[in-house]
Design a protein around this ligand. Structure first.
Ligand SMILES: Nc1nc2c(ncn2[C@@H]2O[C@H](COP(=O)(O)OP(=O)(O)OP(=O)(O)O)[C@@H](O)[C@H]2O)c(=O)[nH]1
Ligand SMILES: [Mg+2]
Length: 221
């Protein structure tokens, strides 16, 4: 009887685990964000910003929410390390792309890399959140400006692809991409100050739960 009750209790209190990858250019603030998430949600605080060095490889962190464990994988963003990101795509339940909203000179590079993430087939149906980081800086673009900048960049890319038919995108790919852009959620955060970070984690929590339900519906129908 004890074992039966213990098993039942374990079943009822079992927490589901979801993996979230955090990607973006080097210097975007991914590790600062992860450490802030740890500080906000765990008893043991994460590293303070002055202790954070550029990431070579990955950092991980786990937080516990009602009936859910979110495991974060913060992947290094330097050019030479980006080619390992795809190894994490198959097993992730959500993707966070961090853009440095303060660094106008690197926005195009940031969109180039974002575009490659968006078009990875393994994460087509996976919730994707774009975070415009460094909102504490008066030089940063706002969420609206970041969204427009990305849309402008994408239009320019489409136009140059049309001019050069060799690199043209298929119509199906264009419309799939358009849908994804239209439904893209963009949120503003300051990883240093923590502003907007709880809202971003709430978004992830809701979206991983929903996509799990969608997947279950798919299995049951
Ligand atoms: N003003 C401001 N600076 C930030 C913020 N978040 C990060 N930074 C700074 O941006 C720099 C890079 O931060 P990291 O967290 O190391 O960036 P990263 O994306 O992990 O970089 P890689 O590990 O190289 O991929 C550091 O100097 C941080 O202090 C923020 O919200 N506001
Ligand atoms: Mg880092």
């Amino acid at each position: 009887m004890y074992h039966l009750l213990k098993g039942l209790h374990e079943h009822l209190t079992r927490k589901e685990e979801f993996s979230v990858i955090i990607v973006g250019l080097d210097g975007a603030g991914k590790t600062t964000l992860l450490e802030k998430i740890k500080t906000l949600y765990n008893d043991t605080p994460g590293l303070s910003p002055d202790k954070i060095a550029p990431t070579v490889g990955q950092n991980t962190g786990t937080i516990t929410l009602p009936s859910t464990i979110l495991q974060f994988w913060d992947l290094g963003g330097q050019r030479g390390i980006r080619n390992i990101w795809h190894k994490y795509y198959d097993d992730c339940h959500a993707v966070v792309y961090v853009i440095d909203a303060e660094d106008r000179e690197r926005l195009s590079e940031g969109w180039e890399v974002f575009d490659a993430v968006l078009s990875a087939p393994q994460i087509l149906g996976v919730p994707l959140l774009l975070l415009a980081n460094k909102q504490d800086s008066p030089l940063s673009l706002s969420v609206e400006e970041i969204r427009h900048d990305y849309e402008d960049w994408y239009q320019r890319k489409l136009e140059s692809a049309r001019r050069d038919a060799r690199y043209g995108l298929g119509e199906n790919e264009i419309s799939a991409r358009r849908e994804r852009i239209a439904s893209l959620d963009v949120m503003g955060v300051s990883a240093i100050e923590g502003t907007g970070v709880r809202a971003a984690v709430d978004w992830l929590f809701i979206r991983v739960q929903n996509s799990r339900r969608e997947a279950q519906k798919g299995i049951n129908t």
